[in-house]
Write a protein that binds this ligand. Structure first.
Ligand SMILES: [Zn+2]
Length: 384
């Protein structure tokens, strides 16, 4: 998805990227208008129409961005598509949802509503201005969206865009509202999955209806309906992939990927001893253990820094006492959330208060790859 988009600068600290489907839209406009009787193709006007659509989408996203900023929910990146923006949240691992406070769903609700609100406001203001100063634009005449009628298209596109985005089909705003509502009870994962499957069905239905209208020939705007369905399908596909990734993260247990062969330090070790030990392992982070009990964690770089600044001392004084622990059966997604939320680089895995393994950011990608390979080999062996 990212690779199909080009960077377009930053807006309120959010990276904005333009999805290449905007160019597909240009081809769609050309095709749709060629299909209409008595319509003359004018390339400049068609580019202008896509430009109007782009600015309308941008204003809509601005609405979301401002609402998100107010509630502290801002995503890292937004990818602009002709159906709206797809926000990519800071940590893909959590989908930005489970790390939630209680009132998160309310914030998500307001953020989702802000976009359509802007679109309706633009449609209303543009409509009033056109009626007042450009009556020759004939707002009520078909076709409602056409490059020969840019002002009329501006009004109707924003109206349609607002309504379209309220469809309960994830990743559209309506789908987000639905998911926010479902996630009140905490079942955000299932809510997302259900919303995505509704989106698939709805996109197919929209395309079918557009096709039918097109075949009957009486409806020149039917191409727009087909286009909208097509883009909705792409959006749903993308969300589906991140849901699949998410569910893989939820099914892998820590015992499948944790390091069981690792070095530990004692709080009574001196920093110089610790550095000596650190030299002989690839590990970057060390659990500090006293008689089988975890008492802290310390990193190689922290040991070096302390030695440089404070001189030699004890691990006890330099180690980090704030750490999260996890259990064997916990999911990888849960470990990722813990690592992310506190900016940690290591999580000890504990069973009956005994340290049985560690998860570090450093080893995680490596062990995930190995795990995938070993599962593939096992499956191949089962099949033969
Ligand atoms: Zn939106």
């Amino acid at each position: 998805m990212r690779s199909w988009s080009i960077p377009a600068g930053k807006l309120f600290g959010v990276e904005v990227r333009i999805h290449l489907t905007f160019f597909v839209l240009l081809a769609f406009v050309w095709m749709a208008e060629s299909a209409m009787k008595g319509s003359v193709n004018n390339a400049t006007r068609q580019v202008a129409l896509v430009g109007i659509i782009f600015v309308s989408v941008l204003l809509h996203e601005l609405g979301h961005a401002l609402a998100a900023l107010r509630t502290g929910q801002q995503p890292k990146t937004v990818i602009l598509m002709p159906i709206g923006g797809i926000p990519i949240s800071n940590d893909t691992a959590s989908g930005g949802e489970q790390a939630a406070g209680k009132d998160l769903w309310r914030k998500e609700l307001w953020t989702a509503l802000a976009g359509p609100a802007v679109s309706f406001a633009v449609a209303l203001i543009a409509g009033v201005v056109v009626l007042e100063y450009f009556p020759q634009a004939h707002l009520g005449t078909k076709p409602l969206l056409h490059s020969n009628h840019l002002l009329r298209s501006l009004v109707w596109f924003n109206l349609f865009f607002g309504v379209f985005n309220l469809l309960p089909a994830y990743p559209l705003d309506g789908g987000r509202i639905l998911r926010a509502w479902f996630s009140r009870t905490g079942a955000a994962m299932q809510a997302t999955r259900r919303a995505v499957s509704i989106a698939h069905a709805l996109a197919t239905l929209i395309i079918a209806v557009g096709m039918l209208l097109f075949l009957q020939g009486g409806y020149p705007d039917s191409w727009w309906i087909i286009t909208a369905g097509f883009f909705l399908l792409i959006g749903a596909q993308f969300e589906e992939r991140s849901v699949v990734f998410q569910s893989v993260m939820e099914t892998v247990r820590l015992e499948d990927v944790m390091l069981t062969d690792f070095a530990t330090l004692s709080p009574a070790d001196t920093l110089e001893d610790a550095l000596d030990k650190a030299v002989h392992t690839l590990q970057d982070d060390f659990p500090v253990v006293r008689g089988g009990d975890m008492v802290g964690v310390i990193s190689k770089s922290k040991i070096l820094e302390e030695l440089r600044v404070e001189g030699n001392g004890y691990v006890q004084a330099a180690m980090n006492r704030i750490f999260e622990v996890a259990t064997r059966k916990e999911s990888l997604a849960s470990a990722f959330r813990k690592l992310n939320s506190r900016n940690l680089s290591i999580i000890p895995v504990v069973e009956d208060q005994q340290l049985v393994g560690i998860i570090t950011l450093q080893n995680l990608m490596h062990s995930m790859t190995l795990l995938a390979e070993s599962r593939k080999l096992r499956r191949a062996a089962d099949n033969s």
